[in-house]
Design a protein around this ligand. Structure first.
Ligand SMILES: Nc1ncnc2c1ncn2[C@@H]1O[C@H](COP(=O)(O)OP(=O)(O)OP(=O)(O)O)[C@@H](O)[C@H]1O
Length: 679
């Protein structure tokens, strides 16, 4: 019959060993015995011997030690009865209390949860490694002690040991559980596979006090188990067949298995792995890893129980319970890490798609400069004011900034301030509480809250009411919103990019726009030039929209002929890029030919005929400030040459002749102006 399971482990708070308990309690018991006999200890000879990992040792002795004590103890334990020899009677130290502790206590507590509770029956003592055997021998007055007295003493000592071991187990269990929980909380933060599995394995080594631990995840289709961390394995991948060795047994049976050296079942251990790792496995414990759908996803293996912390020098039943619990935590961490990684990938894909779906197209110097400035301003949280006529792409630029910033994974929310009356605008931006209005039947978040962690694009900010302006200023300064009808400040982390096509300075002078709000919004200002001043960008955008709409409706992409190119280059585009987009959309739907002619564009006639040079070129300014005459002349020349080249369908000889230049002089002029001549 086996002795109680004892699990010392790296004792949290320094605990006594069984031997120390025996040495502490035996004099007390013998004193009581001597008192009961009204005699002295002189005629009492008593000893306690124990067997640990096949070695017998004397734990306690009083009087002359019996030379055959170890063999007597061995016989008493093997036969499970009192043995008498050379004036001594000997019995195994085990009691009803000890047995209850072993079966009722340990096995039923081996694991928790539906899956493993059912499997705990698989932990049978025949497989369990040996636990220390303890025997008591007693001689009184040079004669074997009476059986009843011997038994009483053995049971009492047994109870002391059980109490001590239970307390020790409880303390250790508490420490193990809190260590596992602390680790499991950190696993939720880890996104790297290897880092997670390494941390889980390290935790197993810590709570079980063993040398190594490996998580074998099951590649069902290839019928392989992939072990990680693969310490010492060349190439860093440890792969075994899914039915090989003890790990394979666990996978196939769905039950824990343990093993220690010394038996005749050494073949169960895969020595090839030991050889590859230059390692020697002397004890091993493996438990199944079962997910919430009751599917086995792998095997968790712990190797080489630390003999200083494991009384038997091998893993025991509480270790099975501990590793099974750790396996549950590990499965949850692995599952949630996989879900997180998948979600992150999906989110990144969607964000990239969103960023690519509305690109800021343009090669004109002004657009390139805007792109550079947007890249500089994107990583900061500075407020940006985007200026430009209607349809020039202010929202596109705001999105471009958002998708280049750290907030790219957060929302981009756009509000057109001109489209809403004052009362609605406030509710739209800041939200409202239930009952704030007659028809406010429930509370509602405003755009500031919805854009939390992202960017709020306030279009037509110049049209905001004075009340709205005051509230907006407060939110920008205090970073909290108060819903209409509410009093609770709600913190928001929202970047604001505002836009307007109105001259805000004039509105300030007319007291229609708050100056303090202007300064708050205008930390950085970016100006989009009218489309008519962007030279060949007109065609770049036209080709982009043509391609886009043709794809959308599934028709072959037609080509612009020279007349349509010229018309588009010369058109003043008062509605800017939006007008161009609408024009091309209409062409895609209404024409069927492979070639698009000028009349297909159905452009509105330009008052006063086709201008000699792009409209608004003289107004083209950098960042809203008037540039000097030389620079303005240079910009005009560039735009004019680009327009001529585009109008001639790229034919440089024609363009030069239209411009009154020789072809080679045109090239020279372009180089002087810093224009590309490569095409
Ligand atoms: N540089 C660009 N590249 C690609 N598309 C653009 C560009 N600029 C504008 N667009 C397109 O033109 C249309 C109008 O752009 P957007 O709404 O950004 O202009 P806006 O200046 O904000 O207009 P409004 O002042 O009227 O609100 C949109 O369909 C947008 O996709």
């Amino acid at each position: 019959m086996s002795s109680p399971v004892n699990h010392a482990g790296p004792a949290p708070g320094g605990q006594l060993s069984d031997d120390e308990i025996i040495v502490q309690k035996m004099p007390l018991l013998l004193g009581l015995l001597a008192g009961a006999k009204a005699g002295n200890l002189g005629d009492i000879r008593c000893g306690v011997v124990s067997q640990n990992a096949d070695r017998w040792q004397t734990s306690f002795w009083t009087g002359d030690e019996l030379p055959t004590a170890h063999s007597l103890a061995s016989e008493a334990i093997d036969r499970g009865e009192i043995i008498t020899q050379d004036a001594f009677s000997a019995v195994e130290v085990e009691s009803l209390g000890i047995q209850q502790s072993l079966t009722g206590g340990e096995n039923s507590r081996v694991s928790s949860g539906n899956v493993t509770r059912e499997r705990s029956s698989a932990i049978d003592d025949s497989v369990a490694p040996g636990t220390p055997n303890v025997a008591l021998m007693l001689s009184i007055g040079n004669a074997p002690a009476p059986p009843a007295l011997l038994r009483t003493l053995a049971v009492t000592l047994g109870r002391f040991l059980v109490l001590h071991r239970d307390r020790q187990n409880d303390t250790r269990r508490l420490w193990q559980t809190s260590t596992m929980l602390q680790n499991a909380a950190q696993w939720q933060q880890l996104d790297d596979d290897d880092e997670l599995l390494e941390s889980v394995a390290q935790c197993a080594c810590e709570v079980l006090s063993c040398e190594r631990a490996t998580i074998f995840l099951w590649d069902k289709s290839r019928r392989r188990l992939i072990g990680r961390p693969a310490i010492g394995i060349e190439g860093g991948v440890l792969e075994v067949e899914d039915d090989a060795g003890i790990v394979g047994e666990v996978l196939q049976s769905g039950s824990p298995r343990w093993w220690s050296a010394g038996g005749n079942d050494g073949g169960r251990v895969n020595r090839r792995i030991d050889q590859a790792q230059n390692f020697n496995t002397h004890s091993l414990l493996a438990v199944p890893m079962v997910n919430s759908r009751d599917q086995i996803i792998g095997v968790f293996e712990a190797i080489n129980a630390n003999p200083d912390d494991h009384r038997s020098g091998a893993f025991d039943a509480p270790d099975v319970r501990t590793l099974s619990e750790l396996a549950l935590h590990a499965v949850v961490a692995i599952d949630s890490q996989r879900t997180r990684v998948n979600l992150t990938r999906t989110r990144d894909r969607l964000v990239s798609q969103a960023a690519e779906s509305n690109p800021l197209i343009g090669n004109h110097e002004s657009i390139r400069e805007l792109r550079t400035n947007a890249t500089k301003v994107a990583p900061t949280d500075l407020s940006v004011l985007v200026l430009g006529q209607n349809g020039t792409g202010k929202e596109v630029l705001a999105q471009h900034i958002h998708y280049q910033s750290e907030r790219r994974n957060g929302p981009f929310v756009a509000v057109n301030c001109a489209a809403l009356v004052e009362s609605l605008l406030e509710s739209e931006l800041f939200g409202h509480e239930k009952g704030a209005y007659t028809d406010a039947s429930s509370a509602r978040q405003g755009k500031f809250e919805l854009a939390n962690g992202g960017t709020l694009f306030l279009d037509e900010v110049g049209d905001m009411s004075p009340g709205g302006q005051a509230k907006l200023l407060r939110v920008l300064e205090e970073r909290v919103v108060v819903r209409v009808g509410g009093s609770q400040p709600i913190p928001v982390d929202t970047r604001v990019i505002a836009a307007t096509n109105q001259p805000l300075q004039d509105l300030i002078a007319a007291k229609r726009f708050r100056e303090d709000l202007f300064f708050r919004l205008n930390v950085v200002s970016l100006t989009l030039p009218p489309l008519s001043s962007r030279g060949s960008d007109v065609m770049l955008l036209a080709e982009h929209f043509l391609d886009h709409f043709c794809r959308q409706i599934g028709r072959a992409v037609p080509k612009f002929d020279e007349t349509s190119r010229r018309a588009m280059i010369m058109h003043p585009w008062p509605g800017n890029v939006r007008e161009l987009r609408n024009t091309i959309e209409r062409v895609c739907y209404l024409t069927t030919s492979d070639i698009i002619h000028e009349e297909d564009l159905m452009l509105r006639p330009i008052e006063g005929g086709i201008p000699e040079f792009p409209a608004n070129a003289m107004r083209h300014t950098s960042g809203g400030t008037i540039i000097n005459l030389n620079e303005a002349t240079r910009e005009f020349q560039i735009a004019h040459i680009e327009a001529a080249i585009m109008a001639c369908g790229g034919n440089m000889t024609d363009a030069a002749s239209k411009l009154g230049l020789h072809r080679s002089n045109l090239y020279r002029k372009m180089r002087q102006l810093g224009m590309s001549t490569s095409e």
